[in-house]
Write a protein that binds this ligand. Structure first.
Ligand SMILES: O=C(O)CCC(=O)C(=O)O
Length: 245
């Protein structure tokens, strides 16, 4: 099939349903190198959060700069070129482990906030939150609509170890008031992803995950990419240029 046909198929599927699974984005050897890099992290900064139920590293590429050259493969570049033919940048990177038997469950929600360098009053931006020095704001829907989350799975993931559940098409509902979310979840589906594969997701897609009943971990590198530039006075907290193919 011609590359542009593949491109429009993936972008079209994502536009229609709000999510997609791309298996085998990284090879076993690439996964091993990513895991070795993460495991070598000194874990000394407040951006590391470790408990019995979750291990998370936020500002992942700031904490572990050696990870980006391992992530920035021709396969990732090809995927991003399909999703953003005119180019994009990375806006956020987090690592999450939902360890074996974890009780961490995530309630239904949309990803409404972006991290910015500092607060500035700009029409259309708000509400704001500040937590442990991190400033986040809800941008206009256009910013969220032009963002794709790539969740790279480092382990086989199914319903027993916390695969995301999503409501197909719900990214087209706009911002759903918290009290209306439960009524929208009857058509939810699970999203199993094999190790080395990625789940792609629009931030406005309703999603949730169960606690783990498995003996397997569920390690994920969560990367957000956007084609949107923020208005003057605002800057993405973790912005990183992404080379085109
Ligand atoms: O990884 C999960 O189980 C949930 C993560 C999530 O909901 C999010 O990143 O918004």
């Amino acid at each position: 099939m011609h590359a542009s046909a593949v491109s429009s198929a993936l972008a079209g599927h994502l536009a229609a349903t709000g999510y997609a699974v791309r298996p085998a984005l990284y090879t076993e050897a690439e996964l091993a190198a990513l895991l070795a890099c993460i495991e070598s992290a000194p874990a000394a900064s407040p951006n590391f959060r470790r408990s019995q139920d979750v291990f998370a590293i936020r500002n992942l590429l700031g904490e572990l700069p050696a990870l980006w050259p391992l992530l920035d493969t021709p396969a990732l570049r090809g995927l991003l070129a399909e999703l953003f033919p005119a180019g994009c940048h990375l806006t956020k990177a987090i690592y999450f482990d939902k360890p074996a038997g974890s009780n961490w469950l995530v309630a239904w929600h949309q990803d409404l906030m972006i991290n910015v360098a500092s607060r500035a009053e700009v029409p259309g931006y708000g509400p704001w939150t500040t937590k442990a020095g991190w400033v986040a704001v809800q941008p206009p829907a256009a910013v969220l609509e032009n963002t794709v989350t790539v969740r790279l799975h480092l382990d086989d993931c199914d319903a027993t170890n916390g695969a995301l559940k999503v409501v197909p098409g719900s990214h087209r509902y706009g911002v759903v008031p918290a009290e209306d979310i439960a009524a929208q979840t009857a058509t939810a589906v699970g999203c199993p992803v094999p190790a080395g594969g990625a789940m792609l997701m629009k931030p406005l897609l309703l999603h949730a995950s169960h606690r783990s009943t498995s003996a397997r971990p569920r390690r994920v590198i969560h990367l957000e990419f956007s084609a949107e530039e923020l208005p003057a006075w605002l800057a993405w907290r973790e912005r990183r240029a992404v080379a085109s193919q």
